[in-house]
Design a binder for this molecule. Structure first.
Ligand SMILES: [Zn+2]
Length: 250
């Protein structure tokens, strides 16, 4: 089994991107710029700052988040998880906002602590209205964009040896070994940590979602709340959820 080239803890490194003052740390930016080929880091940040990234969570049994009663499947008019859609009645707007904020926070935590317990989809809306949305799947290291698929074909399918799996996956066989890094971490098999060798195949969309979902909850909160550039949306209705899925695969 090919070992990972290096034991860089990408999650740790990405976590330092935003400093205590909520500013981009220029030293880390410069390091990451040189770490990734083809200006991938710049393009990843550009996706992150485009305002086109959506995290849709299916709300099962009303448990994930109650506040967003007007959730939507329409990518053109997403309903973000703030209190703006609620009509004030006897409850004050401030109470509604606080409640919504608390629930959003708990969902952010859950995306980190128990992501496998959630049904969620990561979507990047494309600038051209006629282009279909891009579907990103971090736990399986997949993206529906052309760049990812072209690289995948070049690196994986046109090489006969070694096997596709051993080329793509780095697995920690020794049970005493454990990496804190979460970037490229795949769903576990036989209790072993497995990583996709992202240095082989990566695109800006996987990098952008990795930056906010495989680092620390504060990073995700920063881009949702402070920058309003990533949208966390809950969907209650299964039919709407399926429609969302159809929109992506068709
Ligand atoms: Zn992509």
């Amino acid at each position: 089994m090919t070992t990972r080239q290096k034991y860089i803890d990408y999650s740790q490194l990405f976590s330092q991107l935003i400093d205590e003052e909520d500013e981009m740390n220029e030293t880390v930016v410069s390091f990451l710029y040189h770490l990734f080929p083809n200006e991938l880091f710049v393009r990843g940040i550009s996706v992150l700052e485009s305002g086109n990234m959506f995290i849709y969570v299916l709300e099962k049994d009303g448990k994930e988040l109650h506040s967003n009663s007007s959730s939507s499947t329409d990518n053109d008019a997403p309903s973000v998880s703030t209190a703006e859609a609620s009509e004030p009645s006897s409850t004050s707007l401030n109470d509604i906002f606080q409640s919504s904020h608390t629930k959003e926070n708990s969902l952010v935590e859950k995306l980190y602590t128990e992501p496998h317990s959630l049904t969620y989809r990561l979507i990047v809306k494309q600038e051209e209205l006629k282009s279909p949305p891009i579907y990103v799947d971090l736990p399986h290291w997949f993206c529906s964009c052309d760049e990812f698929n072209e690289l995948f074909k070049q690196e994986m399918l046109e090489n006969e040896e070694p096997s596709l799996y051993s080329q793509a996956v780095f697995e920690l066989i020794d049970e005493s070994e454990h990496l804190e890094d979460k970037f490229g971490l795949l769903a576990p098999r036989s209790g072993h940590q497995r990583f996709f060798r992202h240095e082989l195949v990566m695109c800006p969309h996987l990098l952008a979602f990795g930056l906010i979902l495989e680092t620390r909850p504060a990073m995700l909160r920063y881009f949702i709340e402070k920058r309003s550039q990533v949208f966390l949306i809950t969907i209650q209705n299964v039919d709407e959820w399926l429609k969302l899925h159809l929109n992506i695969v068709v």
